[in-house]
Design a protein around this ligand. Sequence first.
Ligand SMILES: *[C@@H]1O[C@H](CO)[C@@H](O)[C@H](O)[C@H]1NC(C)=O
Ligand SMILES: *[C@@H]1O[C@H](CO)[C@@H](O)[C@H](O)[C@H]1NC(C)=O
Length: 322
Amino acid sequence: MRPIALLALATTALSAVLPWQSTADIDETQLPLVIWHGLGDDFEREGLKEVASLAESVNPGTYVHLIRLADDSSGDRSATFIGNVTEQISLVCDQLAADPILRTAPAINALGFSQGGQFLRGYIERCNSPPVHNLVTFGSQHNGISEFESCASTDWVCRGAEALLRSGRWTSFAQSRVVPAQYFRDPTELDLYLEKSNFLADINNERAVKNETYKKNLASLNRFVMYMFEDDTVAVPKESAFFSEVDPTTGEVTPLHERPIYKEDWLGLKQLGEKGKLEFITIPGQHMQISAKILQEAFTKYFGPLEESALSLQGLVVQRGL
Ligand SMILES: *[C@@H]1O[C@H](CO)[C@@H](O)[C@H](O)[C@H]1NC(C)=O
Ligand SMILES: *[C@@H]1O[C@H](CO)[C@@H](O)[C@H](O)[C@H]1NC(C)=O
């Protein structure tokens, strides 16, 4: 499918652009970083390792944890297609809470690629222990997908999932086992979605009964940064990366701040927006084709060291450079 592809990675040039890299500042804390990869990827993929080493070289001392749903790469990759997302998130809650470094950190930063972005949001809303300071997502489907991606003809796991999705997306079989079905959201069949969706309708607090914990946890973020790929034809609609709703017939886009989820603040997004803590960034390129330069800028801006004094006050305030 679409593993992350880093374009023009040039780590050797990094030291030239990072003025503080040579000064070891003892008054600062470098938060760990957790990364949740996307559909079809696995924790041993080269592209992902490059991202991890980029994070370490931009902010020296960063402990990076790549989230995995199995101990081997093929199991981890299968879990991006097959599984119950509720169970997967709960496994990740246990994984992060058990890691000796993450669990003793005052907070962590989180980076989600594609579906990994909405799943990290699920982690924050449901568990958030250790708590997330800044959440950055690239090409994520925060408002779901209204079409399923076509698979390469040789990719049997993907093709199996795809066949299930087309015919039986609202069956309990698909909703408990086929990962993308659990964030499928077509505005023309909202009733079925609200009734059947195993993941997205719940995590977006779209049902009549709202979960106050979800709202409180998401509103506790210091930053929620959403990147959208301008030329994305893989995740449909691409504007889902910004939490926008797109009418599949007319193509009309309703931005987040005009939707009830924001106006009635079902999720704490309005609280974040009013404090200037939501960012929407459009970048060129196809789904998950990220330039090293863009990642480098994001890591500098959102995952840099925090002042110790800020941390000890009452959890986490000042992000350097913001
Ligand atoms: C809200 O979510 C929390 C965290 O997942 C859960 O413990 C709680 O039972 C949920 N509350 C309701 C009313 O569903
Ligand atoms: C997914 O797993 C959760 C937790 O085990 C379970 O409560 C839920 O019913 C499952 N979802 C479906 C659609 O089977």
